[in-house]
Design a binder for this molecule. Structure first.
Ligand code: PLP
Ligand code: COI
Length: 366
């Protein structure tokens, strides 16, 4: 499957005759929210085992027509990615590490028995869509154009086996802060009842089912006044893994920062990986190792853990306020801590072109 499909391919272009008018677009960009408005175009490509990827092209954004027996609706053979394009002060537009998302998309596809989408074509698709819909990239504040590539089993068939027809799609959505509170600390619900991913399962893949499985815990989080769920490992119910859509970092009083190590059940976040490099260069000692829930609770109580933050494309770096569970809570504070602020600023400065990109992370689109 990999060798037959891994070659780069070209995209055709069919422009929309019915674009959102400039005034409506300006209203959307003035207050974009997250994931509610979409640009004028999208990219699609189809895969079949005999011919590989074909019919790849940019076309007007429109609903997809799905037969009720389409395999993804029944068996959830689907993966996705999330990355952002940023407008710099000089008007230019840049993506953050798109080839890293492309490589993770390949790994997720492998785990879900989906065809590999060539990384070069993944980046080409992003370039084409963002250049075409460049007017949709907001300017100012912490706004961006959120890019959502995804792939799913589009074959009309109810047998349970890897699909013989797959659709790739890329859509784009102007974005402000993921959390309504912006950079204020968010409260987290510790799920002791549900787990997200087990050894041998799909935790390291960015597949739709992981998010579906997290939603009942997310519902409990909301009922308990929290914004996100923290999941523990499925075997011992002892080790801190990640949030439903973000990785975690702990800041210690000795100036070191710790993130749970990659065990195969955690998503390998690109923000997480970038912080390992960036915080190291800012002088923090960075550790990747198992962190137990007792270490978190006791560390906050003793003052050894001074800050906890989450990180991800949508959330950037967001400080955590309280960790709440059935019967108790600990508070990390009501203000973002100094390390969280420093690392957050350093990352945003690179993404928005205010600091030199010494790592070669930024990819110029327009
Ligand atoms: N963990 C999960 C479960 C996620 O959905 C995400 C978001 O993509 C992350 C972590 C952070 O990954 P990244 O930094 O690549 O966005
Ligand atoms: C992202 O950060 O891109 C994600 O996919 C996380 C999701 C909660 C929006």
């Amino acid at each position: 499957m990999a060798t037959a499909t891994a070659r780069k391919f070209e995209f055709s272009t069919t422009l929309s005759q019915n674009r959102v008018d400039a005034q409506r677009r300006a209203e959307i960009l003035a207050s974009p929210g997250f994931g509610t408005s979409f640009t004028d175009h999208m990219i699609t490509a189809t895969w079949k085992p005999e011919i590989g990827w074909h019919d790849a092209g940019l076309r007007p954004y429109a609903p997809l027509s799905i037969d009720p027996a389409t395999a993804v609706l029944h068996y959830a053979q689907a993966i996705f990615e999330g990355l952002k394009a940023y407008r710099h002060d000089d008007g230019s537009i840049w993506a953050f590490r798109p080839e890293a998302n492309g490589a993770r998309f390949v790994r997720s596809a492998q785990r879900m028995a989906l065809p590999e989408f060539p990384v070069e074509s993944f980046v080409d698709a992003i370039d084409l869509l963002v250049r075409t819909d460049a007017d949709w990239v907001p300017a100012g504040g912490e706004t961006s154009l959120y890019l959502r590539p995804f792939m799913f089993a589009s074959e009309v068939f109810l047998g349970v086996r890897p699909a013989n027809e797959v659709l790739f799609c890329l859509i784009a959505s102007p974005a402000g802060a993921y959390f309504a509170s912006g950079v204020e600390p968010v409260d987290i619900w510790l799920s002791t009842e549900y787990t997200r991913a087990a050894p041998g399962g799909t935790g390291a893949a960015k597949c739709a089912g992981n998010y579906a499985a997290s939603l009942v815990a997310q519902q409990q989080a909301i009922e308990n006044g929290c914004a996100q769920v923290c999941f523990l490992d499925a075997v011992e119910r002892k080790w801190v893994e990640e949030l439903g859509g973000m990785n975690l970092y702990f800041v210690r009083s000795d100036g070191s920062i710790t993130t749970p190590d990659l065990t195969g059940t955690i998503l390998e976040g690109i923000t997480r990986a970038s912080i390992i490099t960036l915080a190291g260069d800012l002088g923090y000692k960075v550790e990747e190792r198992p962190v137990s829930i007792d270490e978190w609770r006791e560390g906050v109580a003793s003052g050894e853990i001074t800050e906890v933050f989450s990180c991800g494309t949508a959330a950037v770096i967001t400080p955590l306020g309280r960790l709440v569970w059935d019967g108790g809570e600990v508070s990390m504070g009501t203000e973002p801590g100094p390390a969280t602020k420093e690392i957050r600023q350093a990352l945003l400065d690179i993404q928005y072109g205010r600091a030199e990109d010494v790592y070669g992370w930024m990819h110029r689109i327009a």
